[in-house]
Design a binder for this molecule. Structure first.
Ligand code: ADP
Ligand code: MG
Length: 291
């Protein structure tokens, strides 16, 4: 039977906006020694700003942004929403009928058919995979390339601010004895590094596809000593598989998908990263009461 103390701990946590799904999770939280963060929407606010639009070979800047927004019209990724909003802010006409086909590639971008022409919007790798040559950007930003009919026509550079509580959450985790902290991201290496450094996290891996995030987490779990647990925290966009696979999968309940909330072991209701160390604290106190 489950010791009564667990119910107290779970109740206390839920009053603090942390949903802990049962006593096994509570025990695992106690033994967390590795914490891995998703970047976009987790360490950062997930609210992008358009920093600049760069065009190749004199392509029209407004038309580039308009085509990207058309292709992204039905994608709910924060990047997509930002591009659509920026196009609307600039009063560029976005008529849905112009797009006859649209497909989302998680962790890569989108593809669309615009008046019989193929538009690809996404990462350097996504364009390369499709046989399109891209020169790497030297800017410290999230890069969204745009290709039309197999030709790179430019890129949109986006910025996303670190969550204001991120540094505090990191130092509280260290104080709780978390030895290893890491950032995983589908975003490029340069922007992943910048966010990791700003948050005070020395380890990071960028340019990962959703299934590569799972592999990275599995590798870290293999390295861990007996009984030591790994916690992964994500915002639920493109990271349900890795939340499922981690010893303790945490979903930020803010904008995250229902699927992630379903598979997560812990759900953070208030959308603050400081709830992660708080959950570990509550688990420690609960164990003291039980033992
Ligand atoms: P993260 O791991 O940082 O949460 P994602 O896995 O959601 O990021 O996406 C990884 C990268 O793939 C993004 O940084 C972006 O470059 C690209 N990407 C993903 N979705 C889109 C989209 N809808 N439009 C353009 N680019 C996208
Ligand atoms: Mg994310």
């Amino acid at each position: 039977s489950i010791p009564l103390g667990y119910f107290g701990g779970i109740g206390l946590a839920s009053a603090r906006g942390v949903l802990i799904k049962g006593s096994i999770v509570m025990d695992a939280l106690n033994d967390v020694r590795t914490v891995i963060f998703d970047k976009t929407g987790t360490l950062t606010e997930g609210v992008f700003r358009v920093l600049s639009v760069e065009v190749v070979d004199g392509f029209d800047e407004s038309e580039l942004l308009r085509l990207a927004a058309l292709a992204e019209l039905h994608s709910n990724h924060p990047i997509a929403r930002t591009i659509v909003k920026e196009a609307q802010r600039r009063r560029l006409p976005l008529r849905d009928e112009e797009i006859t086909f649209h497909k989302v590639y998680p962790g890569k971008g989108v593809m669309a058919n615009w008046k019989g022409k193929k538009i690809i919007v996404g990462t350097d790798e996504f364009l390369s995979e499709n046989g399109i040559e891209v020169k790497e950007s030297s800017k410290n930003a999230t890069v969204v390339n745009v290709a039309l009919e197999g030709k790179h026509i430019g890129r949109i550079l986006l910025g996303d601010a670190l969550r204001q509580e991120a540094k505090n959450a990191v130092s509280k985790l260290r104080a709780l004895g978390v030895e290893k902290l890491m950032v995983l991201s589908g975003d490029n290496q340069r922007s992943t590094e910048a966010v990791a450094k700003e948050a005070g996290i020395p380890c990071f891996k960028g340019a990962l596809l959703p299934e590569e995030k799972v592999k990275a987490v599995e590798e870290e779990m293999e390295k861990a000593r007996e009984k030591e647990k790994l916690l992964f925290v994500g915002d639920g966009i493109n990271d349900s598989p890795v939340i499922t696979r981690s010893d303790v999968g945490v979903a930020m309940g803010g904008i995250g998908s229902d699927a992630a909330i379903e598979v997560a072991d812990v759900v953070i209701m208030g959308d603050s990263l400081e709830k992660v160390p708080e959950a570990i604290c509550i688990a420690r106190r609960t164990r003291k009461i039980i033992l």
